[in-house]
Design a protein around this ligand. Structure first.
Ligand code: GLC
Length: 752
């Protein structure tokens, strides 16, 4: 622990010798095969092609033949067939529709223009002898940068140096805790009112985006492998996210019960305790959709078992709760206890399902169950095996799984597996050094696809701690072990917004904070925020103060309950946003700059967010706080609570006592609003709240289906567009003929 004392900054005698960096040099030879330009360089090789009229991919490998393989992150990546290619002695040109790319030969550089505007300029590629590869692109010093998934700190990452290496961090997260559980090497360079360029470095080694060292350049790098990069030239942030999620996939529409309120604790330690929790929700009439089972449900932390003393009749427990409308989600970690009498371990060994060293010997590391082996999820046959093991839960009525410790976390100095452990990507062997950041993604795939097979025509819910780009296709993400600190409530907002801008629409932080002790006021303020975020779960660590809604006192419970109820009333709107996220990749929770891309005032706002386009939330983030400054983008807004009209384009000082969180709705919105319900399993009538827009029309949209199956993909849904004129005339336009719960005549108009 000496590194946690001043010992860590012992005087250094060294002159800080910089590692020597070499250039890849000039393009020496080129081949164009009608789709892809391939070439050799003074050092190494490269290829480049266009995927559509906004995206190009290039890869440079200073050491090896450059391969067009991508990681599991990528689902769609085909070169266009009809790009135009030409060259001169000095340059190569590739054009498709409005996208034009120029490669300079004398010293490799790449420039991309769309609609005549230069939006990307890679000025150099270099490497070190120990196989680090660097790319440098230019940008104006002040241009904000977003994305990079789950990172600490504020929204705009310009001026920071950010590395990606999936890490289990229980110590309090702060600005310096850069490496957390997820790695998404994707940035958005947003030039307000001009362009937004996405840079996705699809390389699973430890990567870095250095937005600090050079004033007007970004240097991005990987500790091995090629500089395998996708560049997306968008008109604005949304357009670029659409492009990015075309490549890596969108967040699939979740089952509606996963949008309800979820209650967790490390751990509810027995059937009785779980029953007591469920009963308390019923007694206090607080809506609830799900209770979590953390590691104590297992027999000595063996996954796919129940502890017979604590959970003697898990079947009955789950059945009983399901009948009361409560789902049960158990935790499943990757570590499989080394125990010759444990069938999962035995089978894993006899079938060679575990991660091994190159000589075939199994890698063992300590986690909750003690010495454990770790499935090699990189192999399809292991994914299938693991997926099917979940029949143990699904036959009891489980429809959701919580994957944790899948960085993978190991209790040792390096916090993870040895880097020379091998993973087998169906024939291609990679080291853990290369595969580390992908481990959680592959595990999420195994879980999600396994559940999908086991519970036919039912959308599974899976929640993961670790992941890589593309994780949104398989899992929701929670932001790991935060603490009951006001600062962590604050930090969760930019984290969730940047996750959304990195393709992950379904995320949330532990409400109330996981570690440390929550206070009544913090629980209230955190629940108020959680109610408006995509994923809404209250979770806390063992030995901390309990933080269930009733844990403190009646006053606290009453307010917490009010906001859980309000969450349910917003679910019709939220579910419609999830439908949009699946279709377009545009996230559910958005920073102001996403909807107001030209508004320079909005570039750095980390402490307010938009739910969809039209609902703005400005949380209270400090104890005792009842006033805060709120920025209102252009237009007219309405205060949710007192219905007052507020003029946008400026800051206002806003008041909110403990019973309210500042929420505003944009003039012209028609908001679908549900009745109060016990949970999502109850049928919910939906009415409309319209926010006056002077003499202009007001508009809204509602998406509905059966909440749970895949029938919506066969057309069993209804999407209703609502247009309300200023004189009260309502028109609806419907796609699909699923039976709607919308009562159009029930419409409340706010404002003049
Ligand atoms: C990890 C998880 C936490 C969980 C605990 C026990 O710390 O992040 O959410 O409760 O493990 O399983």
């Amino acid at each position: 622990m000496l590194e946690h004392t001043s010992y860590a900054i012992l005087p250094s005698e060294e002159g800080g010798a910089e590692e020597q960096v070499h250039e890849v040099g000039a393009v020496e030879s080129v081949k164009w095969n009608g789709k892809v330009v391939e070439g050799t360089l003074t050092e190494g090789a490269f290829f480049l092609y266009l995927l559509n009229d906004q995206t190009l991919r290039f890869s440079v490998h200073p050491f090896e033949k450059v391969s067009t393989d991508s990681t599991l992150a990528v689902v769609e990546d085909e070169p266009v067939e009809d790009a135009d290619y030409s060259d001169t002695d000095a340059e190569l040109f590739l054009t498709y529709k409005n996208l034009q790319v120029t490669i300079k030969k004398n010293r490799l550089s790449i420039t991309a223009q769309r609609n005549g505007k230069t939006a990307f300029h890679l000025s150099g590629v270099s490497f070190t002898k120990d196989k680090k590869v660097f790319g440098t692109f230019e940008k104006d010093a002040k241009t904000p940068i977003y994305g990079l998934g789950e990172k600490s700190g504020f929204l705009n990452k310009n001026g920071e140096k950010i590395t990606n290496w999936n890490t289990d961090v229980f110590a309090p997260h702060n600005k310096d805790t850069v490496e957390l559980y997820q790695s998404i090497p994707f940035v958005l360079i947003h030039d307000p009112g001009e362009t937004t360029t996405g840079v996705f470095l699809d390389n699973s080694h430890r990567t870095e985006f250095d937005m600090q060292t050079f004033k007007d350049r970004v240097r991005f790098s990987a500790e091995g492998g090629p500089l395998n990069t996708y560049i997306i030239l968008g008109e604005d942030i949304k357009d670029t996210i659409r492009g990015y999620t075309t490549i890596t996939g969108t967040t699939p529409l979740p089952p509606q019960w996963s949008l309800g309120y979820h209650q967790s604790r490390y751990s509810y330690r027995s059937e009785e305790e779980v029953r007591e929790v469920a009963a308390a929700f019923e007694k206090y009439e607080i809506p609830l959709d799900c209770i979590f089972l953390d590691i104590h449900y297992m027999n000595d932390y063996r996954v796919f078992t129940f502890n017979k003393d604590r959970f003697p009749n898990a079947n009955n427990l789950i059945k009983e709760l399901n009948e009361r409308g409560i789902d049960v989600v158990p935790i499943v970690d990757p570590g499989v206890k080394k125990d010759v009498e444990y069938p999962v371990y035995r089978e894993g060994v006899s079938e060679n399902f575990f991660s091994t060293y190159i000589d075939g010997s199994i890698y063992y590391g300590a986690v909750w169950p003690g010495t454990s082996a770790f499935p090699d999820f990189f192999q399809s046959r292991v994914q299938k095996w693991w997926g099917h093991l979940h029949g143990f839960y699904t036959e009891k009525g489980v429809r959701g799984i919580w994957n944790d410790m899948n960085e993978p976390s190991v209790f040792n100095e390096s916090k993870t597996m040895d880097l020379d452990v091998r993973h087998n990507q169906d024939g291609k062997l990679i080291s853990h050094r290369e595969g580390h950041n992908l481990y959680g993604l592959y595990m999420s795939k195994a879980t999600f696809e396994g559940l999908k097979e086991l519970i036919p025509n039912t959308r599974p819910f899976s929640l993961t701690r670790a992941g890589y780009a593309g994780v949104q296709r398989y899992s929701a993400v929670w932001t790991g072990d935060n603490r009951s600190h006001w600062e962590h409530l604050e930090m969760s907002l930019p984290m969730i917004m940047n996750l959304g801008m990195s393709g992950v629409a379904f995320s949330g932080a532990d409400v109330g904070g996981f570690a440390s002790d929550c206070t009544p006021e913090l629980l209230v303020r955190w629940t108020q925020v959680g109610a408006f975020l995509p994923y809404f779960r209250n979770h806390s660590v063992q030995d901390s103060i309990y933080q269930e809604p009733w844990a403190f006192n009646k006053e606290t419970m009453t307010i917490v309950k009010k906001f859980i109820q309000l969450r349910y009333q917003f679910i019709p709107y939220l579910y419609t946003l999830f439908h949009e996220a699946e279709k377009s990749g545009v996230p559910v929770v958005r920073p102001l700059i996403m909807e107001y891309p030209e508004d320079k005032e909005a570039t750095d706002i980390s402490d307010q967010f938009l739910l969809g386009r039209d609902v703005m939330v400005a949380p209270m983030l400090r104890p005792g706080q009842t006033h805060r400054s709120v920025y209102f983008p252009e237009g007219t807004w309405f205060d949710w609570w007192n219905e007052e009209e507020i003029e946008g384009g400026k800051f206002h000082l806003v008041y909110a006592d403990l019973e309210t969180i500042p929420v505003f709705v944009k003039a012209g919105t028609v908001l679908p609003f549900g009745d109060e319900v016990r949970n999502t399993k109850e049928q919910q009538r939906v009415s409309l709240i319209a926010f006056s827009n002077g003499d202009r029309d007001m508009r809204g949209r509602l998406y509905e289906d059966d909440h749970i199956s895949y029938n919506y993909q066969k057309g069993e849904y209804v999407l209703t567009d609502i247009v309300l004129s200023s004189d009260g005339d309502v028109k609806t336009y419907k796609q699909g003929d699923f039976e709607s719960n919308l009562v159009v005549s029930d419409i409340k108009i706010i404002g003049k």
